[in-house]
Design a binder for this molecule. Structure first.
Ligand SMILES: *Cc1c(COP(=O)(O)O)cnc(C)c1O
Length: 468
């Protein structure tokens, strides 16, 4: 280091100096001292770099204090916090997937702050099962003999394969060897479960005889996997659940189906393509059916397994089940979610279903309401207007569906949209939109009604820095 740089560095304030000044700032109330200290060190480190590498004149106490306060203002007290989903992806894995219903939240809160009968049979005072709170509901809703719930669907698949096929062969179509993202690949899960993958058919076509020819005394399971996040189109053929069950019965091999999203409602009346429901899959005779709690079902994160008692009971006894078990919050929220299906109120009560089936006119009026709340000058500056576009279901469900939607479109090309997008993400609450053709689109299908005013305020605030 040159002598002049060393001298320049000595011009930087000390950690203590900055902490003393920051102690006077009201904006930092609620932020722990340890966190403020860490932020101060970070700010000083950045400044040190600037002085050494860019030969900058060191910033003074006031500038550094302002930077730290600004960082805290943007990041807030807590790391995990609500954001406004203006991306138009209803089941957005990075944004927390399914939103739970108010009733689910109420039940969750009730058992979170008080003791509960989680594993106590109140009638006999004997030890009960945590699954008893959701099993009967799942049996009635799906028609299955037995049910089990684990941490997520990936865990459900792992548990089923480990229980039924460890050291044995599992036959899967080449067209269904999916990767879901987030490290979930059917071949990898299979390897970890100790099952041996036996691929059959071709990527685009698999026939019943392909499965039949592959069955040996080592075959433990016929597995069908929903190709959640992609579609093979054109010259294709796949074997139906019913056909596979027929073969399985004939040869004495159980059949499993990983439905991925797994819907309890046929969504065709709302313009969605046909997807076999969980009930239909169970009725087809599939021995084990697994699906997620927080995809189309619209509940908490969970992996739900339903099927024949003789098979599901084996999963329950596997020690892995204990390692993958769900907590009381999940059970409470799941029970409330399933209750809405049984009560026939799912379409209004469950946010995921409401967002998916909401008529375009209502989404459009939400977009217009955002626009109306902007000051005329802001609206003109942003060149903001309402446009029609397409949103997505997300969560690896119904990948080819283009949901009609309306968005507030900002800018008419150029880098302006990028800057605004970054400022909106840095705001409080953060807003996550999507950039299309150099325009920023704030998709209102996934903006909740109570967020309209908040979104308009966030937009106005994000424009402010440019006014100066
Ligand atoms: C999403 C998905 C999974 C993983 O489910 P998680 O609940 O996210 O663990 C597994 N299989 C299929 C087919 C899926 O679509």
């Amino acid at each position: 280091m040159s002598a002049d740089r060393a001298t320049a560095l000595r011009g930087l304030p000390s950690v203590d100096q900055l902490l003393r000044r920051l102690a006077e700032r009201a904006e930092l109330h609620g932020i722990t001292r340890a966190r403020v200290t860490a932020l101060v060190r970070e700010a000083l480190e950045q400044e040190r770099k600037r002085v050494l590498e860019e030969h900058a004149v060191p910033a003074g106490v006031e500038t550094l204090v302002t930077r730290v306060v600004e960082r805290v203002r943007r990041a807030g007290v807590f790391s995990l916090r609500p954001v406004i989903n203006a991306q138009g992806v209803v089941l957005h894995t990075n944004l927390g997937r399914a939103l739970v219903s108010p009733l689910a939240l109420e039940r969750l809160a009730a058992v979170a702050v008080a003791y509960s009968n989680l594993e106590l049979d109140l009638a006999s005072k004997e030890r009960g099962s945590r699954y008893s709170h959701v099993e009967p509901l799942l049996q009635r809703l799906t028609g299955a003999e037995d049910a089990l719930v684990v941490n997520n669907n990936a865990a459900a698949v792992l548990l089923a394969l480990e229980t039924l096929a460890h050291g044995k062969e599992v036959i899967v179509s080449r067209g269904e060897l999916i990767e879901i993202g987030g490290e979930f690949r059917i071949p990898d899960i299979m390897l970890r479960s100790g099952a041996v993958l036996r691929e059959v058919g071709a990527t685009n076509r698999t026939h019943l005889r392909d499965y039949a020819d592959a069955i040996t005394p080592d075959t433990a399971l016929l597995l069908k996997v929903h190709t959640s996040n992609y579609r093979v189109v054109g010259f294709t053929a796949e074997v139906s659940s019913r056909e596979l069950v027929g073969l399985g019965r004939e040869r004495g091999v159980p059949v499993m189906e990983d439905l991925g999203s797994g819907s309890l409602i046929d969504l065709r009346p709302w313009g969605f393509p046909y997807e076999p429901t969980v009930q239909e899959t169970v009725a087809a005779g599939v021995d084990v059916v697994s699906f997620s709690g927080d995809k189309l079902l619209g509940g908490p994160q969970a992996g739900i397994v339903v099927g024949r008692r003789a098979v599901v009971s084996r999963l329950k006894k596997n020690p892995w089940n204990r390692a993958l078990r769900i907590d009381k919050f999940t059970i409470a929220a799941l029970e409330a979610t399933l209750y809405a299906y049984e009560a026939g109120t799912a379409l209004e009560a469950i946010p995921t279903l409401r967002l998916l089936t909401e008529p375009l006119a209502r989404v459009r009026s939400r977009a217009r309401a955002v626009l109306r709340r902007l000051a005329p000058a802001t609206r003109a500056r942003l060149k903001a207007r309402v446009v029609d576009d397409h949103a997505q279901v997300g969560g690896g469900a119904l990948p080819t569906v283009a949901l009609p939607t309306a968005a507030v479109a900002i800018g008419d090309g150029g880098t302006e949209a990028m800057g605004l997008d970054a400022r909106l993400r840095a705001g409080d609450p953060p807003v996550v939109g999507r950039i299309v053709d150099d325009r920023l689109l704030l998709d209102c299908r996934t903006v909740l009604p109570h967020q309209v005013a908040i979104l308009a305020r966030a937009l106005s605030a994000a424009v402010e820095p440019d006014r100066a």
